[in-house]
Design a protein around this ligand. Structure first.
Ligand SMILES: *[C@@H]1O[C@H](CO)[C@@H](O)[C@H](O)[C@H]1NC(C)=O
Ligand SMILES: *[C@@H]1O[C@H](CO)[C@@H](O)[C@H](O)[C@H]1NC(C)=O
Ligand SMILES: *[C@@H]1O[C@H](CO)[C@@H](O)[C@H](O)[C@H]1NC(C)=O
Ligand SMILES: *[C@@H]1O[C@H](CO)[C@@H](O)[C@H](O)[C@H]1NC(C)=O
Ligand SMILES: *[C@@H]1O[C@H](CO)[C@@H](O)[C@H](O)[C@H]1NC(C)=O
Ligand SMILES: *[C@@H]1O[C@H](CO)[C@@H](O)[C@H](O)[C@H]1NC(C)=O
Length: 778
């Protein structure tokens, strides 16, 4: 009896949750419709979509080509809003309507910080939480299931306002981030099993989107804007910098969508480029899903730039290139007339709709309310304690310790009777979220964290913003800040940026801290009693030139905290007081202000000595850096040692060829297959022993880099990241980490024509400060 009752309650709960969403093929509706083949769950999704398409008129089909897709009431198909955002938590976006029983969602740090954890399991877990909360909100009838995240463009130039949204400057790091995050979104493991559904399920938890394809990393800078920008990109840079994250996102992450960008690449808008969208993404990489334009990118082709002479041309260019969905309204407005004048064939419309409805089918939107795999997720699954704890953990793991003179950090609780908390971001709340934010479950600001979780006594913490805001336009509030600092036992300065300085549609012109922030920091550092700790906390997405603080001996410690999410203040406090030992590493290089002399519109990755162009990112940049990619300290010391690594590697399965005049030291190069050819019989492993020499446990990221022969010459990188692993080591503990290396995939480099080659000669592995040389030959 109890058992029966319990099942009844469960059943009611499932029905109750799911009925707030409307579904096609609902058997409680028109039974003549739910008996049609496209509603028949015993058929394949592909057959169901074919059946549906055979029933729709061209006019009905055209209404489905835009993000705000109309209902098809004849067949009981509800209207659908495709545009959702879930970059670091379910975000405010056209398809998401916070309220009712789901007023908020867990807000994680911006990806630029999370990337600094170099922790694949963490990225996957965040994706799973976003998809669980996304499903729960959908079940409440308050969102769709298609999320246009992640943003995986490479940060070529740190002035880019959207640096915060990305995993940074390295193609390998960004590729791996994309795979794990997308799998978390799409596959999840709702059934409680710890085995992710590798290989890509046909059923999607939610649908992810790799964006913005490609070479898209300039928003608005000195007369250039993203709509008008024509990125001049070499095949070489496309092949080894701009495109690899998209390829991994599609091939390995099995993302069910990709978004083309606003900009042109070598004259052609990416959303009108058949070679990109159809040849590369659909045919070569095998995208199994839909291609969407960035919002109004089709309109831009006609109305902002002169690429398309008429609106119909713009629509035809996009559809015929392989676009399936227009964020915007151009395709619903002009496709009929484009068909009328023979610029688009209806077969192309069918192909687009096939891609679109297959994703909706795989999301379960045609399965009715009681056949939903995730139908029981409800408000209790949003902002749960576990999800909120993961948001704190992501911030803990991403935060980077940049300087810690005399082991000033961590501060000891009870060691200070008074703490001064100073700076325009010291009590940041919404700022901690960055852009593409949702409504967070709650906030813990740095000030709140330091009071409640640090000192534990409100009266002992003295707060002085020092500036009205991060623009810090005047110096009027600095005297109060120095006065507060002069009476304190320790000072925590929280400075940096907000969306006022770096944002979508807003790139920076300077890498310096805005306004008088530097004056504030120096004045405060000069006013503290000798020997009292001054801790500088930089809250920003992109890097800032803090070389003055790096050099200032009065500022003992510096932390970079990104935009750390809803509970950033908790993670910052735990690190400052040593509850957590920081292990994050920079996902972008930090340059001095002189970097801004480079033309931001120059897309070249490689340096050009003749014009003094220094190149981009740690892989190629020849100029000065404040902190390079991968930099980060800990409260403990880790030692590394190559435990086993070959001294010579032969690659017998490859054809040995003379590849041209740019040969390596032996004059010969071993040519791999084009693209990602593997040399199957030449795989080997490298193992690194890492040991914690200190008396504190901590996370440690082991980043394995390599340098080819003649690194930095003729377009070869100085070094490049091959792989990484994140481990926790307790005091004294050691671990052996094994890396599998495929010489063709990991050690090759890209030639000017886009082909990959493996240099014969001496290569070098690098981990931290240690090196291992080995030779490659035939
Ligand atoms: C379908 O869309 C039409 C046009 O927007 C609207 O008038 C109608 O009410 C909608 N039907 C349903 C069932 O939502
Ligand atoms: C439409 O299809 C016909 C027949 O296959 C083909 O000849 C024509 O080039 C196509 N037009 C466009 C615009 O693709
Ligand atoms: C669930 O799927 C089964 C099998 O297709 C079908 O018989 C049943 O009507 C569906 N239930 C609902 C509520 O859609
Ligand atoms: C801090 O370390 C420096 C060397 O890095 C040393 O010269 C100095 O005496 C130390 N200061 C204190 C207060 O321990
Ligand atoms: C800090 O920010 C919180 C959240 O916005 C606000 O409630 C609080 O009043 C602020 N504290 C101070 C001292 O300004
Ligand atoms: C460019 O200049 C750097 C620094 O002077 C030098 O190391 C490098 O070999 C030069 N590269 C080429 C291709 O000449």
């Amino acid at each position: 009896m109890f058992y029966v009752l319990w099942n009844l309650i469960l059943l009611l709960r499932v029905c109750g949750d799911a009925t707030k969403q409307s579904y096609a093929c609902d058997p409680r509706g028109d039974t003549a419709i739910s008996a049609l083949p496209f509603c028949d769950r015993s058929l394949t999704d592909e057959d169901r979509v074919e059946d549906l398409l055979s029933r729709l008129t061209v006019r009905e089909k055209i209404t489905q080509l835009v993000n705000t897709a109309a209902n098809v009431s004849r067949f009981g198909i509800p209207a659908y809003e495709w545009w959702g955002e879930g970059l670091h938590g379910v975000a405010i976006s056209p398809s998401v309507n916070f309220g009712g029983e789901v007023p908020a969602a867990t807000s994680f740090p911006q990806p630029i910080l999370t990337a600094g954890s170099f922790n694949t399991a963490l990225w996957n877990s965040i994706g799973q939480v976003v998809s669980t909360e996304g499903r729960a909100i959908y079940n409440q009838g308050r969102s769709g299931l298609t999320y246009w995240s992640p943003n995986i463009n490479i940060v070529r130039d740190p002035r880019w306002g959207r640096t915060q949204e990305t995993p940074g400057e390295d193609p390998k790091l960004t590729s791996i981030y994309a795979v794990y995050f997308v799998k978390g979104l799409q596959e999840g493991h709702y059934d409680g099993s710890q085995t992710p559904n590798i290989g890509g399920p046909k059923r999607l938890k939610i649908s992810a989107c790799c964006k913005h394809f490609t070479a898209h990393d300039l928003d608005n800078w000195k007369g250039y804007d993203r709509n008008h920008f024509d990125a001049k990109v070499t095949i070489q840079d496309l092949e080894d910098t701009y495109n690899p994250p998209f390829r991994s996102c599609v091939e390995d992450g099995r993302s069910s969508s990709l978004m083309c960008s606003y900009n042109r690449v070598n004259g052609v808008p990416t959303c009108a480029d058949y070679n990109f969208l159809t040849e590369t993404v659909r045919n070569t990489w095998g995208l199994d899903g839909y291609i969407v334009s960035d919002c109004d990118a089709v309109k831009v082709m006609h109305e902002s730039i002169d690429y398309a002479f008429t609106a119909e041309d713009a629509v035809a260019d996009a559809l015929n290139a392989g676009l399936d969905l227009n964020c915007g309204s151009y395709l619903s407005t002009y496709t009929q007339s484009a068909i009328g004048v023979g610029k688009v064939n209806s077969s192309r419309i069918d192909a687009a709709l096939y891609n679109l409805f297959l994703v909706r089918m795989r999301l379960g939107m045609f399965d009715g309310p009681t056949n939903q795999t995730y139908g029981s997720l409800g408000p209790g699954d949003v902002c749960s304690d576990a999800h909120q704890e993961l948001a704190v953990e992501a911030a803990r793991q991403g935060i980077v310790l940049l300087k810690n003179r005399n082991q000033t950090l961590p501060l000891y609780r009870g060691g200070q009777t008074t703490l001064a908390v100073i700076g325009p971001n010291a009590n940041a709340s919404h700022v901690m979220l960055g852009n593409y934010a949702g409504v967070p479950c709650k906030y813990i600001t740095p000030l709140q964290g330091l009071v409640l979780l640090g000192i534990g006594d409100y009266d002992k913490v003295h707060y002085a913003p020092g500036c009205l805001d991060t623009a810090c336009a005047d110096i009027d509030h600095i005297p109060h800040a120095t006065e507060v600092a002069s009476r304190a036992d320790a000072v925590v300065l929280v400075v940096g940026l907000t969306q006022e300085q770096e944002a979508e549609s807003h790139d920076r012109k300077t890498l310096l801290l805005p306004g008088h922030q530097q004056d504030l920091i120096s004045a405060v550092a000069g006013s503290v009693l000798p020997g009292r700790p001054v801790v500088l906390v930089v809250m920003s997405g992109g890097p800032v030139d803090i070389s003055f603080a790096k050099a200032d001996s009065r500022i003992q410690s510096i932390l970079w905290v990104g935009y750390p999410g809803q509970a950033g203040g908790q993670a910052i406090t735990e690190i400052i007081f040593g509850d957590h030992n920081p292990g994050g590493r920079l996902p972008v290089s930090w340059y001095p202000e002189e970097y801004t002399h480079i033309d931001m519109a120059d897309m070249r990755m490689r340096p050009d000595n003749s014009s003094g162009y220094p190149g981009r990112t740690y892989r190629f940049h020849t100029g000065p850096m404040i902190y390079p990619f991968g930099y980060g300290l800990s409260y403990t010391t880790f030692a590394h040692q190559f435990a086993s690594a070959p001294s010579a590697v032969t690659v017998p399965t490859l054809q040995e060829q003379v590849c041209g005049s740019d040969g390596g030291p032996s004059g010969k190069l071993l040519c791999s297959e084009k693209d990602r050819g593997t040399c199957k019989n030449s795989m080997f492993t490298v193992s690194v022993i890492v040991q914690n020499l200190g008396d504190r446990g901590g996370n440690h990221q082991v980043l394995l880099f390599s340098s080819p022969p003649r690194a930095g010459v003729n377009g070869a990188p100085l070094k490049q990241l091959l792989d990484f692993q994140s481990v926790y080591l307790s005091p004294g503990a050691q671990r052996e980490l094994v890396f599998s290396i495929d010489p063709c995939r990991h050690l090759s480099r890209v030639k000017e024509d886009g082909s990959h080659l493996l240099d014969a000669g001496a290569h070098i592995f690098r981990v931290g400060a240690i090196k291992h040389s080995f030779s490659i030959g035939a």
